[in-house]
Design a protein. Structure first.
Length: 638
C-alpha cells in the first residue's frame, strides 16, 4: 500500500530550481535512505513532504489517516520541565483517562448493599468501557515505554528528573527524538537521527526502526546505520532523484558499476564521433563529387546519433594522501595502567594499550567514558594522570582534534598553513588549499568564520602535510559528507604509518581499522579485527559461561589469537588482491584506448593487414579486460 508519494515535484527560489521533477512512491513498512551531497535539496524535500514548504510545481500524496512525524536536524527544545515531565505531555489524554478511572474506582468502592444498585451498575459499565479504552491506548505500558525509550537513547534513570534547559545541545536533540518515537506516527521523516548518539544508542535506534510498523525516510551520513535499517536508497544529485533497491553498500556497488559502464559507453561514443568526423574531413579533402556525397551522407548519419552527455562525476572532491617522513620502530605505543580522575571522579583506570607499526586501531566506548581524554594523554596534552605512556623509536605524532582546537581562530586559511610550513611557496599553499576545495578569495577567510565541515577539511590538510608516522584522530568523519568520508577512508587504508582513532562511525571502523579497544571504566578490552568482528566476538563472549571462560587453557587462548590473526591476514590478502586487480584493469584499459586510437589514425586506413592485426589485439585485450572485471566483481561480492 502506497502511504506517501511525489509526482513531478519542483521547488525554485527566485529563478533557480533547487529540485526538479522529482517523483517517487513509498509503501507502508518501507525503510528508505535519502542521500546526496550537502546542498542537494534533501532537507528542502522533507519540508515539502511535511507541508512546511509549498512546491513550485507537482503534487504530494499522503494516505488518508496516516500520521507523519518529522525530526529536524538542528531543532533545539526550550522547556522548563524535566525530561520525564516533557515525555508525559505526549500522554496527556491517557493521564486524564487514568484519573477518571481512579475517580470511578473510588466511587464504586464507597457503594454499600443499601445503596442504589442500578446506579452502581451504571458506574461499573462506565468503568469497564474506560478500562478497555485505557488498555487499548497503551495505558498500562506508557510509563515503561517512556523509560525504555529514554534509556535506549542513552539517558540514565538518574537523568530523568534533570531540567531540559540545563541539558547540552546533543541531549536536547535526543529528547526531541524520544518524543517523536513515543508519539508513534505512521510515517517517520528523520534528518540525521544518529547525531549525538553513541554506538549503543545507534544500535538501539536501528532495532527500533527495523521493528517499526510504518514507513521511514532517513537522511543520514551514517552509512552503517543505513546498511542496518533501509531497504531502498533515494539518491539526490543534479536537482533530481534516482531510486535504488537495497541498503547503502548494495547501492554503492551498483552505483560504481553504473558509473564505470556509463563512462566506458561515453568514451566509446566520443571515439566513434571522432572517427566519423575524421572520415568526413578526409572525404571532403578528396574533393570528388562522389566523396563529397559520401561525406554529406556520413554527416547526416552522425547528426542522427543520440548525443551522450558525460556521466556526472563529482570532481570537487578532497584529495588526501598521508605520507610519513620517516619510518618508526616496530613498537609504536605502550600504555601501561593509565588512570585519570576529574574533580575526584574517576573516568577510567588500568588502561593498557599495545600498538605496533602499520596497525590501524580504533577506540570505542559509551559517551563520557574518556576516549578523547585518552588521546590527549597519548598526545601529551594532558599530563595529570597515573600510569605510563611510552612512545617507540622515531615515532612522530600528529593529532586531529574533534573540536579543531589545533586551529588558530584569528588566522586566515592561507596563514594557518603557512605558519605550519614557512618554507612553502605561496603557489604551493594555494595548490594544497585548492585540493581541499578552498579556492579564489576563500583562502583569505578567517578560520573562526568557517563552518564545522570547512574546519574539519582544514585540520585534515594540516594533518596531511605534517609527515607524521603516527596519527591520532578524534572523530575525523564528523561534519564530512559521504563522499569526503570515503576519500578519507581510502587515504587512511593506504597510509603506511600507524593510526589510532576514536570514532562512533561504525562503517568507517569496519572499513579502516584492524584492531579495536573497547574502553570502559575498568580498562580497555582488545579485539583483533574490525567492527563487525568486534560485534561477533563480543556476542560470543557474552554467551560463554563464566566457568567455561575460567577453565580455558593458555594453549586455547593462544590458538584463538592465532585464528584472529589469520582472519586479519585473510582480509588484508583480499584487499591486496582487489588493489592488484584494479591496477591490472587500469593497464588493460589504457592499452585498449591506445589500440582504439591507432585504429582511428588516418595512416591506418590504407593498411588492411595492420587493421586486422590491431583488431585482433584489441579483441584479445577486451576479452582479458572483461575477465578481470568479472573477477574483480566476484571478489568484491565475496
Amino acid at each position: 500500500m502506497i502511504v506517501l508519494s511525489c509526482n513531478n515535484v519542483s521547488k525554485a527560489y527566485v529563478a533557480e530550481n533547487i529540485i526538479e521533477n522529482i517523483s517517487f512512491t513509498v509503501n507502508d513498512n518501507e525503510k528508505v535512505g535519502l542521500i546526496g551531497l550537502n546542498g542537494a535539496g534533501k532537507t528542502t524535500l522533507f519540508n515539502i513532504l511535511t507541508g512546511n514548504l509549498e512546491p513550485t510545481t507537482g503534487e504530494i500524496y499522503k494516505a488518508k489517516g496516516k500520521k507523519l512525524g518529522y525530526l529536524k536536524q538542528n531543532t533545539i527544545i526550550d522547556s522548563d520541565m524535566t525530561i520525564m515531565e516533557e515525555m508525559l505531555t505526549i500522554f496527556h489524554d491517557l493521564i486524564q483517562l487514568e484519573e477518571r478511572l481512579s475517580n470511578l474506582s473510588h466511587k464504586i468502592s464507597l457503594f454499600t448493599e443499601d445503596d442504589n444498585q442500578q446506579e452502581l451498575e451504571k458506574l461499573m459499565n462506565s468503568y469497564s468501557k474506560l478500562s478497555e479504552e485505557f488498555e487499548e491506548s497503551r495505558g498500562y505500558s506508557f510509563k515503561s515505554l517512556i523509560k525504555g525509550t529514554l534509556i535506549g537513547l542513552g539517558f540514565s534513570e538518574e537523568e530523568f528528573d534533570k531540567p531540559i534547559n540545563i541539558l547540552s545541545g546533543g541531549q536536547k536533540s535526543r529528547v526531541m527524538l524520544a518524543k517523536l518515537l513515543l508519539k508513534e506516527a505512521d510515517i517517520l521523516l528523520l534528518d540525521e537521527p544518529t547525531n549525538h548518539l553513541d554506538i549503543e544508542a545507534c544500535t538501539w535506534l536501528e532495532k527500533y526502526i527495523k521493528d517499526f510498523k510504518g514507513a521511514v525516510i532517513i537522511i543520514s551520513h551514517d552509512r552503517y546505520f543505513l546498511d542496518n535499517t533501509v531497504n531502498r536508497i533515494f539518491l539526490m544529485e543534479n536537482k533530481s532523484l534516482t531510486t535504488y533497491k537495497g541498503n547503502y553498500t548494495e547501492f554503492m556497488k551498483r552505483r560504481k558499476i553504473q558509473l564505470k559502464l556509463a563512462m566506458k559507453e561515453y568514451e566509446e561514443y566520443e571515439k566513434e564521433v571522432e572517427r566519423q568526423e575524421e572520415m568526413i574531413r578526409r572525404l571532403h579533402a578528396y574533393g570528388s563529387k562522389r566523396n563529397i556525397r559520401q561525406a554529406f551522407s556520413r554527416q547526416k548519419a552522425l547528426d542522427k546519433i543520440k548525443k551522450l552527455d558525460k556521466p556526472s562525476k563529482d570532481n570537487k572532491k578532497v584529495v588526501l594522501k598521508f605520507t610519513p617522513k620517516i619510518k618508526s620502530g616496530k613498537d609504536v605505543l605502550k600504555v601501561d595502567k593509565a588512570s585519570i580522575s576529574f574533580n575526584s571522579r574517576e573516568i577510567f583506570r588500568n588502561v593498557n594499550l599495545n600498538i605496533y607499526r602499520g596497525e590501524k586501531v580504533g577506540i570505542i566506548g559509551p559517551n563520557g567514558i574518556g576516549k578523547s581524554t585518552l588521546l590527549k594523554i597519548i598526545a601529551n596534552s594532558i599530563k595529570d594522570y597515573k600510569g605510563e605512556v611510552t612512545l617507540g623509536h622515531h615515532v612522530q605524532i600528529a593529532y586531529y582534534h574533534q573540536e579543531q582546537t589545533n586551529l588558530d581562530e584569528e588566522n586566515t586559511l592561507i596563514d594557518e598553513i603557512w605558519d605550519a610550513h614557512p618554507t612553502m611557496t605561496y603557489y604551493d599553499i594555494r595548490s594544497l588549499l585548492a585540493q581541499f576545495l578552498f579556492t579564489g578569495d576563500n583562502i583569505f577567510k578567517i578560520v573562526g568564520e568557517l563552518s564545522g565541515g570547512e574546519k574539519g577539511r582544514l585540520s585534515l590538510l594540516k594533518l596531511m602535510t605534517s609527515n607524521a608516522n603516527f596519527l591520532l584522530m578524534d572523530e575525523p568523519t564528523n561534519h564530512l559528507d559521504i563522499d569526503s568520508k570515503e576519500v578519507l577512508e581510502d587515504a587512511l587504508i593506504n597510509y603506511e604509518g600507524t593510526l589510532l582513532v576514536v570514532s562512533h562511525d561504525r562503517y568507517f571502523l569496519n572499513k579502516v581499522v584492524d584492531k579495536i579497544y573497547d574502553l570502559s571504566a575498568d580498562g580497555a578490552f582488545e579485539y583483533l579485527g574490525n567492527y563487525n568482528y568486534y560485534l561477533q566476538k563480543k556476542a560470543e563472549l557474552e554467551e560463554t559461561d563464566d566457568e567455561e571462560t575460567n577453565i580455558k587453557t593458555k594453549t586455547q587462548i593462544k590458538a584463538e589469537k592465532k585464528k584472529e590473526r589469520e582472519m586479519i591476514r585473510d582480509r588484508q590478502r583480499r584487499e591486496k588482491r582487489i588493489e592488484e586487480l584494479e591496477k591490472q584493469i587500469e593497464v588493460y584499459e589504457n592499452e585498449v584506448s591506445e589500440l582504439e586510437e591507432k585504429l582511428c589514425q588516418p595512416s591506418t586506413y590504407n593498411d588492411k593487414f595492420l587493421i586486422i592485426e590491431l583488431n585482433e589485439k584489441l579483441n584479445r585485450k577486451k576479452e582479458n579486460l572483461h575477465k578481470l572485471y568479472n573477477l574483480w566483481e566476484e571478489i568484491l561480492d565475496s
